[in-house]
Ligand binder design. Sequence first.
Ligand code: COA
Length: 534
Amino acid sequence: MARFESRIDIHSPKFAANRAHFEKLLAVLRERQALASQGGGEAMTRRHRERGKIPVRERIEMLLDPLSPFLELSPLAAWGLYNNEVPAAGIVTGIGVIEGVACMIIANDATVKGGSFFHETVKKHVRAQDIAWENRLPCSYLVDCGGAYLPEQDRVFPDWGHFGTTFHNQCRMSADGLPQISAVFGSCTAGGAYIPALSDEVIMVRGTARIHLGGPPIVKAAINEIVDSETLGGAEMHTRVSGLSDYLVENEAEALVKVRDIVAKLNCPRVADVKPMPAASPLYAASEIPGIVSKDPKTPCDARELIARLVDGSDFQDFKPDWGETLVCATASIHGHAVGIMANNGVLFSESSAKGAHFIELCNQRQVPLLFLQNITGFMVGTEAERGGIARHSAKLVYAVSTARVPRFTVIIGGSYGAGNYGMCGRGFGPRFLFSWPTARIATMSPEVATTVLADLRRQSLVRGEVSQAELDALADETRRQFTEQSDPFYATARLWDDGIIEPEDTRDVIGLCLALAAASTPRKTGFTPVFRM
Ligand code: COA
């Protein structure tokens, strides 16, 4: 046992001041999440219900097992964009348990611009598929989708990662043996039509579900045929005539029960099949974390104090504690699942980089998943660091992070600046999940450093010409404003640079769930073909 003894005085004025500051950040987070969860708002929800339709979050609740957790992904996607008229990017994605099986749910919110796809919608959809794929989760699509949001078509349709990728993913996931079930509740036009058409099994609700490659206006424009939507692509027609739908149901509740029935017979591993080690709660409460994280981002806190509040029994093995001290490497367990934690305790030096690379090798060898707790200004700079080979040593860490053979998870708890973001498994390095705390800051450098760097560059280029102090001051103001705005965690989560902002108190449960999913996801044998709908 290596139980950690906390040195935090939870009655100190410093603790109270930190906590008060953090509570304000959490209040903003909760308020924004509550707003986003209302989808298109009261009037649109009323209209939706009047049509006999159930709001998307209620559908999900009805679909999941009672008491199933729902790990919602990127609930603040598109926050602050499009005048905030596309809450949650018009789509709800997340992981929950259906008939004992952990599943990915991808559900359109038709109260938000008819469930049509904006740039962030398609990004969120693709990200959910990627997570499902990597964690080997069956996908349940709750489809109610007007296809591409046409004014945004150049940011939704043509490129890799756009609409086409969602269908490419569906085919490849199917070929990889992952079940995909679609329940259709509303209109699926054009791109939207392929979500069910590429699914293993399709359920349609009589009277409201419609699937057509081209809706009535497109049909009229293309071939001058005048037809109503129900005749063209209604549930009855597709179940009894075209064969696109496999089950006709009378209402949404029945559709959701049908999805559950299908999942029950998928022959997939059950959540209960995973048997973690016995787990004790941490000795110190996670609710203390807001009092520990300094309200001044420049004042670091001891990462061990945070780890002690996340891991089972506050018990962790501190690897090489007296060498490369700015990177804490610790083996522990969370909810009974073994984990290797790498947490910043200052700038990364050559020693800390080499230590991190060594630790990743250990975790690879022992098949222990890795959790990165990022709070990093970057790798050390300066003559001494360069002569000591910081570029070479930091590259070792980047190599080890990139080629680790175990599942990796990242939580950005503070700064995520420059190459530190890379060395600590930032988004570009494909961690299975990446979450942020409201204290996260993602940018090449801090606003203060960027202001100095850009002012120097400007001065140098203007040696050849004239520059006034007023001009330099304006540049400094603009740079500070830009870097402050762009390193805000809500700016990041709106653009899907993470999988959501989570609270410190929820972090243990969220990571525990991610570890449980990783433990359950045994790779499938190769050589499968997709389910071709016949
Ligand atoms: N592109 C742009 N805007 C769209 C859209 C799309 N694909 N789908 C819906 N919208 C907009 C509507 O213009 C409306 O905007 P407003 O609130 O600013 O007035 C809002 O979303 C709600 O749409 P509405 O038609 O009132 O909702 P509905 O529930 O009655 O119908 C649809 C939903 C999806 C059946 C219907 O909007 C529709 O047919 N859309 C076009 C589908 C299409 O042709 N897609 C092809 C994409 S390639």
